[in-house]
Design a protein around this ligand. Structure first.
Ligand code: ARG
Length: 584
């Protein structure tokens, strides 16, 4: 694997060198940007002139004299009050791209050298409950962030902090205890049956719980038995977890997302550590007793009437809750998994919880200065009416139903366009297009914003959609097939058309974009990059004939641009968790 330095980075370096040569003490940033007028524009000289009290245009001219040109940089012009317009050489563009093309796996993108370990807490449904649209975003965003981070060389460890512990299990287990055999062994059910079994048991036990005080009492005792590790109780609890996992796996499969069993580490996994967490917090004085409960207070977190809002580590009845498991999980992730970053992809409505949990862990010394903790809080999925997404009956939308509908809609689109596809192929593509559409709609919006779930828009062939990108990819594959014996090959000696340069410079920026998007946890920046890539490709294709280009060298060189565009689309989409079918 050879890593390639992007032209942006190379130009940046040359400019930095020239600035240092001109004003050694200043440590000025060239402030390089892509530009419409030339390839790049550098705006940093204005600030430097101000600092050095020189005339900016004169200073700019002086800097230009110190810029090494002739190979990468073809031309530098001073413009306006002291901007620099920079044009890179066609040859440099093609050579850089050729080096990327030769590394079909990583496209020349280097691995970062300060890689750490990021534990990503995402896709955390709750046992014995149906997954709904709220679980969609965490899964989709978390998976994309992992894809991007891994690509930069960061090591990610997934944690699916499923809700598999708590008082509600007393009721469920007691019911199962009194009505044995209502849950089938996991190997005998598929996802849908598993969920309908769980629903049935849930409803039945709930009915007993509400109507029968004696059952209620037995359910309460069952909670105590569960928490104290009673064997029989744990066995029945395990049945719920196993049955739920069958269901989760079926939904994640529909989502075309890999979930590994060893990364499903739910709240229950921290059960044993919770008393110690509480004891340590109390001993250190981080947590205090208040009305029987063990709580942590914060100066800046107050509720109504300016009353402090505490984080409850242990309830007055001795029970541990959500905060205790998260605090215990932090200890595990830092000490045992050696995490340098803890990333939580959890609904923004839980941001106060995480603020309190992180602060508590900092005070306790479990989160040191060398560990970053971040809640990537995402916004709400809205319906077409701009209100939180609900069914027509006002119920929360089941995740499976929503995915099924997306695939169905995609099938219509694929069928309409399909020329040489069999029915099986149409169904397979429909899944890739439909699920891709759902993921892309989510990922192309900044995570912290709400977005409207609008299937018509999501599967539209025009505009910023995954289908548009998938078609761009498939069209390129078809061109490459049509080229037959003529293979893509770079010809650095050829001059480039403006549309080729624009496409080429954008292709060259893939790695820089992934690094930026990963560092900022901003999948929408990668999505925007890919959309722009497809748009630049379209205008290249409009303006520059490929198979009918003037010379055979030109045909090969343009095929090479096509092929690298396809590889970059494929790689970028894969990082987001989206497929790119070869034919559509
Ligand atoms: N299971 C929770 C829910 O459905 C999300 C868990 C988030 N992760 C965490 N470490 N608290 O709301």
């Amino acid at each position: 694997m050879t890593s390639v330095t992007s032209l942006t980075a190379q130009v940046q370096q040359r400019l930095a060198n020239a600035l240092t040569a001109t004003r050694p003490e200043a440590d000025a940033d060239p402030l390089l940007r892509r530009s419409d007028r030339a390839d790049f524009q550098a705006n940093g000289i204005l600030a430097l002139a101000k600092k050095a009290k020189s005339n900016p245009r004169d200073l700019a001219t002086e800097v230009v004299g110190n810029i090494v040109t002739g190979d990468v940089i073809k031309d530098v012009e001073v413009s306006g009050p002291g901007f620099l317009n920079i044009t890179v050489a066609d040859r440099a563009i093609t050579e850089n791209l050729a080096a990327r093309h030769a590394d079909s796996d990583r496209l020349g993108v280097p691995l970062k050298d300060d890689a750490g370990i990021t534990v990503v807490d995402y896709a955390q449904p709750n046992v014995a409950k149906e997954m709904h649209v709220g679980h969609l975003r965490s899964a989709v965003i978390g998976d994309a962030l992992r894809g991007m981070l891994d690509f930069t060389g960061e090591q990610t460890i997934g944690r699916h902090h499923i809700g598999d512990w708590g008082t509600q299990f007393g009721m469920l287990i007691q019911y199962l205890f009194e009505h044995p055999g209502e849950l089938a062994p996991p190997e005998d059910v598929d996802g849908e049956q598993a969920m309908s079994n769980l629903n049935r048991v849930y409803k039945a036990s709930r009915a007993f719980f509400d109507a029968d005080d004696e059952f209620k009492e037995r359910a309460r005792k069952r909670v105590v038995a569960l928490q104290s590790g009673d064997k029989e109780t744990l066995q029945l609890w395990q049945q719920f977890v196993d049955e739920s996992k069958v269901y989760f796996y079926s939904v994640f499969e529909k989502l075309d997302m890999e979930v590994r069993d060893e990364e499903i580490v739910g709240e229950s996994a921290y059960n044993e550590g919770m008393p110690e967490t509480a004891r340590l917090l109390e001993e250190m004085g981080v947590a205090v007793r208040s009305e029987g409960a063990l709580v942590v207070f914060f100066d800046d977190i107050r509720g109504k009437d300016d009353q402090p809002v505490p984080l409850i580590v242990q309830k007055a009845d001795g029970g541990f809750g959500y905060a205790a498991s998260d605090l215990t999980a932090i200890r595990n992730r830092v000490v045992d998994l050696h995490a340098t970053t803890l990333l939580y992809v959890v609904d923004v409505r839980q941001s106060l919880h995480f603020k309190m949990v992180f602060e508590t862990a900092r005070r306790a010394g479990w989160l040191g200065d060398d560990v970053t903790a971040h809640n990537m809080g995402y916004g709400t999925v809205l319906g077409a009416d701009g209100k939180p997404f609900k069914t027509r009956e006002g119920e929360t939308v089941r995740l499976e139903d929503l995915l099924d509908e997306a695939v169905q809609r995609a099938a219509e689109v694929v069928r309409e366009k399909a020329q040489d596809l069999t029915e099986d192929e149409i169904q397979e593509r429909a899944a890739q297009v439909g699920i891709g559409a759902v993921k892309y709609a989510d990922l192309s919006t900044s995570p912290n914003r709400d977005y409207k779930f609008d299937l018509d828009q999501m599967v539209s062939l025009n505009g910023d959609t995954s289908v548009y990108l998938q078609y761009a990819y498939a069209r390129i594959q078809s061109i490459l097939r049509k080229a037959g014996e003529t293979k893509p090959a770079a010809h650095p000696e050829l001059g480039l058309h403006a549309a080729e340069r624009a496409l080429g410079l954008h292709l060259d920026a893939f790695g820089d974009t992934v690094f930026e998007a990963a560092a900022e946890y901003a999948p929408h920046k990668l999505a925007a990059y890919l959309y722009q890539l497809a748009s630049l490709y379209t205008s290249f294709y409009d303006k520059c004939p490929v198979l009918k280009a003037d010379t055979s060298e030109q045909v090969e060189n343009r095929l090479f641009l096509c092929d690298l565009t396809a590889r970059t689309l494929h790689r970028g989409m894969a990082l987001l968790g989206i497929r790119t079918p070869e034919r559509l």
